[in-house]
Ligand binder design. Structure first.
Ligand SMILES: [Fe+2]
Length: 486
């Protein structure tokens, strides 16, 4: 059968499906020098298209998982990318065509796929308790070989996870070594069951909570503090089973519903959840959260890229109304647990649109200063990196003037005990006019001076969503467990 991809915007230019597995032993240095001491492995994951979509339509969050690995060894940087060989991937490989229809709507799949999970593992990577995993919120994690990226198998973490899926935005607490994650629609499509899981550094289950979500909606990300877990519920909701069977999209935007946020003590029970409510809004990504004056503080701050409307405009309302794109604004939502009402306050942190916010992960949940994001400007598809000081609102930006779009920044600490922000930022640079990628390495606290090193990739890294840095000592020991640093 001939392979022909439809002429749709999501496949134009840089976004054309790449569909290629590569190995490069030693990327070419084209500017600067790889910093001494930058040793470890950077894993990332994104979506690519194995075969043309069944129904001629696509959205950027769909497609098979493609993993990427950059291993830094004393200036030598090796590169490898491999598909996540999910049951869906292998079934499609066998039949040489796409077998799954609309995004996550299993009722639009080919009958050949009736018994196969639609999970794609296309969103992020996780390292915990000596395991590397590829993640997507529609299924359980897939364990992967940390040296070859060979897919091993789907895992319920040694039988400890009864939920049918786990989030692609887990939080690993670099200080306690715990893994905190969750599942929404945890008992299957259109269920309101929500589960929180906390694992010890050795991978054993420490704590588990189940409760009912306000709706069967998407919960793409959450946040942790030293004392709380914060879970926002935005009204991108799944139709009921009859609606899914009728072929409706997996999510629909309910502009008549509010935003709801659950705050629960870190090791609390379902009856300890405090619910807060605010205007209709949405967000994909949290930057961080902090409980003021830990451990006795009552104010919980949630910093996130908040959309004053629908963050995924390709999902319409249940009655078919469309919603214009709105910019993501880095915003601090503050909830006061001591107050008797359920409202919250919001305030923008910077006035420039940004997305894919990250921190020095040693400060996830802790009183922090620095965040790094992708900054958008103009309409020419270029973007750059920014650093925001959340305490002062100061913004530092890499002004490159080149036809470059950047991918999500990754912070790498200079040493396990380095101060917050002392280290490097890694980013995949899309050379839009050259058709290939580069790795940019930046001084994390001096983005403005530009990359301290650029490495040439002889291929195009089409799109990665998220990733994780695994220092050599963490890969050797299997666990993150660092001293708290001031
Ligand atoms: Fe995400």
């Amino acid at each position: 059968m001939e392979i022909t991809f439809p002429k749709i915007a999501s496949y134009e230019g840089w976004a054309h499906p790449m569909r290629t597995e590569s190995t490069v032993d030693g990327l070419e240095l084209v500017a600067g020098h790889v910093p001494e001491g930058l040793n470890g492995t950077w894993y990332r994951c994104g979506a690519d298209r194995q075969f043309p979509p069944m129904n001629g339509e696509d959205i950027f969050i769909d497609g098979e998982g493609m993993m990427f690995m950059f291993r830094f060894e004393d200036g030598h940087v090796s590169y490898r990318n491999r598909w996540v060989r999910t049951p869906r991937f292998e079934l499609q490989e066998k039949h040489r065509r796409s077998l799954f229809g609309r995004y996550r709507n299993r009722y639009t799949a080919d009958p050949l796929a009736a018994e196969t999970s639609p999970g794609t593992a296309n969103t992020s990577m996780l390292w915990h308790a000596g395991r590397l995993m590829a993640l997507k919120e529609d299924d359980l994690p897939f364990e992967v070989d940390p040296d070859t990226l060979e897919t091993r198998a789907k895992t319920d973490l040694d039988g400890q996870v009864a939920a049918l899926s786990l989030s692609a935005h887990p939080k690993v607490d670099w200080v306690t070594g715990e893994l905190l994650t969750y599942s929404y629609q945890a008992k299957g499509d259109y269920t309101r069951d929500f589960a929180i899981y906390i694992f010890n550094p050795d991978g054993s289950l420490k704590h588990e909570v189940w409760f009912d979500a306000p709706w069967a909606n998407v919960v793409h990300d959450f946040a942790i503090t030293e004392t709380h877990i914060v879970i926002p519920f935005f009204p991108l909701c799944t139709p009921d089973i009859d609606g899914l069977k009728a072929g409706r999209t997996f999510y629909e935007w309910h502009d008549d519903k509010p935003t709801k946020i659950a705050v629960i003590p870190r090791y609390g029970s379902a009856d300890e959840i405090r619910w807060f409510e605010g205007p209709t809004s949405s967000a994909g990504h949290m930057m961080n959260a902090v409980t003021d004056g830990t451990p006795e503080g009552t104010k919980v701050h949630l910093d996130l890229c908040l959309y004053d409307g629908n963050c995924f405009p390709f999902f319409k309302s249940p009655d078919g109304r469309e919603f214009p794109p709105v910019p993501p604004v880095l915003t601090r939502i503050t909830m006061d647990l001591a107050r008797n009402d359920d409202s919250y306050e919001t305030r923008p942190l910077i006035p420039v649109p940004c997305e894919m916010p990250r921190t020095d992960d040693r400060w996830q949940g802790r009183d922090y200063t620095h965040g790094w994001t992708i900054m958008y400007r103009g309409g020419d598809g270029t973007s750059t990196l920014g650093r925001v000081n959340v305490k002062t609102g100061a913004l530092e930006v890499w002004e490159h003037g080149e036809k470059i779009a950047v991918q999500e920044p990754q912070f790498v600490p200079r040493a396990p005990d380095a101060k917050e922000g002392d280290g490097w930022i890694l980013s995949i640079l899309n050379r839009l006019d050259k058709g290939h990628s580069e790795i940019g390495i930046f001084d994390a606290l001096d983005l403005a001076k530009g990359p301290v090193a650029r490495l040439h990739l002889p291929v195009r890294v089409r799109a990665t969503f998220h990733g994780v840095w695994v220092p050599d000592e963490v890969r050797a020991s299997g666990r993150y467990q660092m001293e708290a640093v001031a």
